[in-house]
Design a protein around this ligand. Sequence first.
Ligand code: AMP
Length: 121
Amino acid sequence: MDNCIFCKIVKGEIPSNKVCENEKFLAFHDINPQAPVHVLVIPKEHFKSFNELPAEVMAEMSNFIKDVAKKLSVYENGYRLITNIGNDGGQEVPHIHFHILGGTKLSWGKATADANPKDMF
Ligand code: AMP
């Protein structure tokens, strides 16, 4: 996708602070971290959201996410894995990404209509 910011990160047209990658997936630090550890995991191929992500890609991505969590040293103590979907889900970047949040005990807010999804981290 030509004007997708995460596709540009995959192509190296926009810089990112990479954690790790393989031929299909990339993990990089969120530019506006909401926790001591806040990393985004994306497939290099463009899919708009979880709704469009084929199940077989999700299966491979699951293993990659677990490897990233181990590399970030949050695997044992725990972490939060979030993907926002569409307008009501608060998705700002329309290229599916999972947020890995951790490095501290995370609070959990209420999913009320006026709540900012980011305040739930
Ligand atoms: P979402 O609201 O779930 O779509 O999350 C989008 C996330 O992408 C936010 O947490 C942003 O801080 C993050 N973000 C946007 N642009 C960049 C970028 N260039 N590098 C790293 N993270 C980014």
